[in-house]
Design a protein around this ligand. Sequence first.
Ligand code: HEC
Ligand code: HEC
Length: 454
Amino acid sequence: MALALVIGTLAPMGNAAAAPQSVETPGRQPDSVLLAQGINPHPVKLIIPPARPLSAMALLGQKLFHDPRLSGSGQMSCAFCHDAAHAYGPPSAVSVIIGGLDMHTAGFRAVPSLRYLYRQPAFSIGPDTASGDNDAAPNLQHQAQQALGHDKVLKSALTPQAAAANLVPQGGIFWDGRADTLQQQASGPLFNPAEMAATSTNAVLDVIKRAEYADDFRALFGPNIFQESRLLMAEAMFAIGRYQIEDPSFHPFTSKFDAWLEGKARLNADEMRGYLAFNDPAKGNCAACHLDKPTPDNLPPLFTDFQYEALGVPRNASIPANRDPNYYDLGICGPYRKDMHDQVQYCGMFLTPSLRNTATRKVYFHNGAFHSLAEVLDWYVNRDLEPERFYPKDASGNVVKYDDIPAQYRHNVDTTDAPFNRHPGDQPALNKQDIQDVIAFLHTLDDGYSSKSH
Ligand code: HEC
Ligand code: HEC
């Protein structure tokens, strides 16, 4: 039953090449037998970014990334929130980090991991190419962008006709995709009053001028670099971006699952059942959004389709901004992203994050509403079966589902894709055992299984 289906989805992409392998040849065991032993029937050689010595630019970026003096408080570097020991995610379980000039100002969103952003495409509204399949979404999207021009895609996509053509938001950096490149992104936290809260370009320039790496700036950008503050800032941010692109610690691909994809590890029984449930469209259906197959050209899966969904995660009372009942973080349609306010069909939508290293996190979703995978899965499965366990009641005693989105936008919430397509009284998409298995599988996505998988 499900197994036949699953074996179909297990084949690596580029089916023309894979087809002959799936024919049972003498001496080769059928896929189902191999899977039952935890073996990948179709191993591939993954193409991962080569480990080269860091460029001078990236080395400079590394110093900047770890320098707390750049912040307004003098106490907060990028690494304060993006901790290398936690896959460049948050080191603690607090939903939002406290920072700012006084180091008492709360942020608005959970800190994402900085791992595996190296293939993140720029933000666009384009054809839905990724649903359920691992085609080369970024590639097709690139073609669509080339054909239409980036801005035109953005604007034309927002008409009803475009919606009918199934154009969807995709790509971009931050939970709402508002930055396109790591260079463009880095000045965000640097000057964000709730984060590093640098007070001005000149203040940052002064720090760099006196830092032990000032000579690196002169060597790379010429002796007059400190007279040109805008250029200096642009180069500094570019260097931070280069560090994240070049340093293998941002994309190590040393998980057990990577080793399994290459035929160098076996999944145990729990992990294998979890993998099957993760892929089964009638169960977890997780792989519909968190893509888990290598691309046709053998790039490792990143466990995201780079697309956006409104899942209706419960409001998190521990975020101070949420004390204001009129404040809503609506992702693509604002308030932090400013160009799509009137695109109400995207209100409540957030970027699908990678699930690599997700089991190491202590805070989940854009608003940090949950603190363990058990909580996340419980909510995924029971969101619409037992909503009263997750959402508050209004004055007349009715459960307010999806309470972190204003009523008029709640219909944006995904209620059609499994596991979100359930109604009270239905069977849950995953039973208790399935949930444990999926969590066991998610642990195989943690880096550090092999010191070097290649
Ligand atoms: C106070 C904690 C904090 C500090 C310090 C901080 N960040 Fe972040 N970072 C965040 C949060 C929170 C987000 C998510 C914000 C959002 O989506 O609007 C984020 C998002 C990001 C992202 C996007 C990740 C993704 O998956 O889309 C990148 C890249 C990033 N930060 C890099 C940096 C760099 C580089 C620095 C230093 C210049 C830095 N951060 C400093 C908290 C921090
Ligand atoms: C329809 C697309 C979709 C499906 C199906 C889906 N997810 Fe997600 N997932 C998302 C989006 C979008 C987010 C971020 C939502 C937010 O923060 O508001 C997310 C977030 C998560 C997170 C939190 C990660 C983090 O860093 O905060 C986990 C864990 C997760 N998903 C696991 C799963 C599992 C396991 C399944 C299958 C049971 C699944 N997802 C099915 C789209 C999906």
